[in-house]
Design a binder for this molecule. Structure first.
Ligand SMILES: [Zn+2]
Length: 261
């Protein structure tokens, strides 16, 4: 992947945070998505800070900046600096060689439940793997602007997929931008449903039992032999991935229309 291709992917990811409601309204300029450069793992592409209108829904590939693992700005458009919380990304990339994409946002239900000390547990299907065990919590609300703060957050993240930043936000990680963005959206969906569950069933509401999660994880598509007859006759169906394809296509359409306007 070239730097230009990485910038395109990161601009699309930034817009998806807006399209999924994770960076809209009072949080329109909050949050960032990053991608590690596969040709140089010591640098990454991320949204910067200092645009004429600094909101995620307006990002274009040429707006993105390139930084190294100490947060130094390597390249970017004139007048644009690295984002305030660049060390969230730099610190995770330094600590986790398995991670190629980091997302940080301020998802309200996840933040609220963490402040209340209410663990987020599986109550709906989407994202249940993420919340099967309690996620780690970084116990500071201050923005992460220093190397020491970033390193502490990365330590708290450990080998998890996400870490709560108490009273502030969430950081998710993945091997791909699809994994890190989807983890953020699904975690916030579970948190929203947990909030409803608390309202309906009280603080000690039920959760999906672990043995039923295990059973669910074993599911196989078209498992019956007579279903396979259709596959043999018609070829394999296009299974899965449609939600990501849809949202990346919508983000790309909007981005290209804005560039032409
Ligand atoms: Zn933040």
């Amino acid at each position: 992947m070239t730097l230009d291709e990485l910038k395109y992917e990161v601009a699309i990811g930034s817009r998806i945070l807006n399209l999924t409601g994770l960076a809209s309204g009072v949080r329109a300029s909050m949050g960032h998505v990053s991608l590690r450069d596969p040709t140089n793992p010591n640098r990454f592409v991320v949204k910067g800070r200092g645009y004429k209108i600094d909101v995620l829904s307006r990002m274009q590939p040429e707006d993105m900046v390139v930084c190294d693992l100490d947060g130094y700005l390597i390249d970017g458009p004139p007048g644009v600096l690295q984002c305030n919380e660049v060390m969230i990304h730099a610190s995770v990339f330094k600590a986790r060689p398995d991670v190629n994409s980091v997302v940080h946002s301020h998802p309200p239900f996840s933040v609220m439940l963490t402040v209340l000390g209410i663990p987020i547990v599986p109550v709906v299907l989407e994202g249940l793997r993420l919340v099967r065990k309690p996620l780690p919590i970084y116990r500071h609300t201050a923005l992460i602007t220093s190397i020491a703060q970033g390193a502490e957050m990365a330590r708290d993240l450990g080998d998890a997929r996400a870490v709560h930043l108490l009273g502030h936000g969430v950081t998710t990680v993945g091997k791909t931008i699809e994994e890190s963005v989807t983890a953020m959206a699904q975690l916030e969906y579970q948190a929203e449903m947990n909030s409803h569950a608390c309202a309906a069933g009280g603080r000690d509401h039920a959760r999906i039992p672990d043995d039923l999660i295990e059973e669910y994880l074993q599911w196989k598509p078209l498992a019956e032999p007579h279903f396979q007859e259709a596959v043999a006759r018609l070829g394999p169906a296009n299974m899965g991935g449609s939600i990501w394809k849809d949202i990346t296509t919508r983000a790309a359409e909007e981005m290209e229309a804005a560039a032409k306007a």
